[in-house]
Unconditional design. Sequence first.
Length: 422
Amino acid sequence: MEVLKEFQIKDVSPAELMLGIKVTHFSDYVSLDQQHFTESLLELYGMCNCNSVLTPLIPNEHLSPASPDEILEFGKLKVNFRSAVGSINYLSTATRPDLSFVVSALLQHLEKPGILHWKSFLHVLKYLKGTQDVGLTYPKNINVGVVTYTNADWGNCCVSRRLVTGFLATVGGSLVLWKTKKLPSVSLSTTEAEYKALCDLTSELMWLRQWCGECDILQLNNPIPVHEDNQSCINVVRGDCNLNNKRMKHINIQLHFIKEAVRNNIIKLIYTPTADMLADFLTKSVSRPILARALNSLGVLSLVLSSYIISIFIASCYLPSSLNSLTLVTKMIGTATTVIRRTGVWIRNRKCLEFATGRVAAELLSRLFNEKAKYETQKLPFKRKAQNFRALFRKNSNGIVRKLSQESSILSVAINPLGIRL
């Protein structure tokens, strides 16, 4: 590379710890996480033994300015709110995009924090308790390509009604860029809101193309796909909408450099339904299934093992070796073959299961493995064995999923969860 020509660089061992970020090298991927920093943060605020929660912010909750009584009550705690929020802000900008929205909301109340804002911060710590080793994954030997998503939440602020925008960019399916931002102006329509969000993303992509070219990392010769869930916004860019109508004529002319970016083959707009919009969690507080689905798809370590993944693991590890595990799972779950084909994940023995899900999962599943001998000796029809296994899994699955969530036994699966249940 050009850097080696300009500077004398000594090649030592692969990086393991960098600015508090742990770098783990595997045979087929590299992971980045801040588990040690998260543990120290929980210890600092006395939250090591707290119960974990499923989301960083309660769904559909909005943080309003604190009242005088709330400010007074918070003052009695004698805690540094700026330092506390700054700590999780570092997490959100380094390896935890799932914290981006809640951190952005808390940063707006640094001047006059109230007791409710402090409780929201503690809620984030409870979420971190259950997701300490969540991080980013970057697979090797993949087809490299940049794909982006942009979204806006119109009138998000219940006081000023200013919108919140969010966008992200992936390279080879793994997250490399994300941002949540509250704009200083009010938008009069969803089209205008989405257009402003698209404007911010386009600016970042112009910088990304220039940076990748200077560092000789990627050759972005083709237009970068931008996924947008607002059809009217796309029509404005393509010229299918009258820009002099009452909803759009007041927008600053500078925003129309998006059209120039499209003409110059810098970006390419693609309509994506809201249900498939992966940047949704950057602009609002979403439910756990939506958050987990987005993070899985972006190469972020899963928050919890979905039920269909657990069922595949159990079936492949627990059933007698003489049976075809794939056939059984197909009989139990109608679309299991599709799942396996899309994930490329197939664990065949208990050792692999322990590696994938960690010590806690192996302990909880031990009662299933202890029944293995009985299943091997039973002279029952294949269908009956499948029914028995299904009943046993139902009996134990709730506790398994709950414990996995609490103890943060994580598995990375770069697909969209299908929500399959036994």
